[in-house]
Design a protein around this ligand. Sequence first.
Ligand code: ADP
Ligand code: ASP
Ligand code: MG
Length: 419
Amino acid sequence: MALVVCKFGGTSVGGAERLRAVAQRLVDRKLAGDRVVAVVSAMGDVTDDLVALAQNITDDPAEREMDMLLATGEQVTISLLAMAIHAIGYKAISFTGPQVGIVTDSGHTKAKIQEVRADRVSTALDAGMIVIVAGFQGVTPDGQITTLGRGGSDTTAIAIAAGIGADVCEILTDVDGVYTADPRVVPAAHKLDVVSYEEMLEMAATGAKVLQLRAVEFARNHGVVIHCRSSFNDMPGTIVREVDDSMEQAIISGVTHDTSEAKVTIRDVPDRPGVAAIVFSYMADANVNVDMIVQNVSEEGMTDISFTTPKEDLARAKRAADEVVTELGARLWSVDESIAKVSLVGAGMKTHPGVAAKMFSTLADAGVNLDMISTSSIRVSCVIDGVHVERAVQALHTSFGLDSDSVTAEMSPASGKGA
Ligand code: ADP
Ligand code: ASP
Ligand code: MG
């Protein structure tokens, strides 16, 4: 008998038919002897629709009220799913995030979980129930409703799995697992059987939205094993877990892409000590997340500083950039919203030099210009013009031997694939 948390994403619960299928799947699990907790997202595009509704009212909604609005999406799903299980003759009970004690900080719209008081879930399980929990939402210690950032139901599921000591947290979605690239962009991408937390963190951070970054962080910190798999079939998916560093690992596990960031450039700032500190203090004070940073070569004592930031932080970044320009006497700031970031992720990079060189030459051969570059020990990322993103991802996927019909994913000079 296993204790499992099963999380179903928006597409998987998008309509009565699909909810009935999820209900049946949960009941089958229960009949097989497992203790089952389901965490669910809002149905289909409901969260997007709620965001659009708010935008029709104002372009600057109060974040507390956004959370009040967005949290309603998941509440619809939990009640309907409980009804669907009752309708086939089994016991189920639905709970909101606050009801099961998902306690967060007060960072509205991207709150962080501080504590999970999961005893209510355990009590309902002991009473023979299938327990259904609304994903994505929590409550502050003083009773304010919060949400955990887009894709946050994954984090709810992992947090509950950690809280009740589940054997596994299944993330059931509309693809068969974690692929070597987004299968919607690279038809030749293939499913990975096992991915380490380390690699999955880099993949999630660079655009593989199949698992939310926060969820992977939480899983790694609490040792929760993730099984990411399809909600539409029973095939095994991808296991995300700690991987022993002594094991030989693929040089490249995946190619990711991200079009959700914009580039901000502050032009003609004085090139003297302390200037970067001023620019990024203003950004930090405005709660602007900064990803890559580039400072251009100085000309006549002046330079340009560019950085990338999530588009959702852009309005704040622009306000802070105004202040920076005034404070430093810079010329002006500009924004490019059409950038994309492509990244290669693989633990084997640590021991195989030449990945970056091969990446740059692949992109050059595809006629793609590089705007910014950043690396970690297991990742190389390039910012490019967004119009080339699909071509760039496909070219990298092929050149690193990841296409599903490739004979080998190994890269060695002897096979002509080395860098
Ligand atoms: P859910 O609604 O179930 O949470 P998401 O839309 O958040 O699902 O995530 C699943 C989607 O992630 C897939 O439909 C796929 O297009 C996208 N995706 C991006 N990168 C990858 C990847 N490397 N492997 C699998 N799916 C990916
Ligand atoms: N419904 C939320 C969203 O669309 C949370 C989730 O689905 O994980 O982002
Ligand atoms: Mg998701």
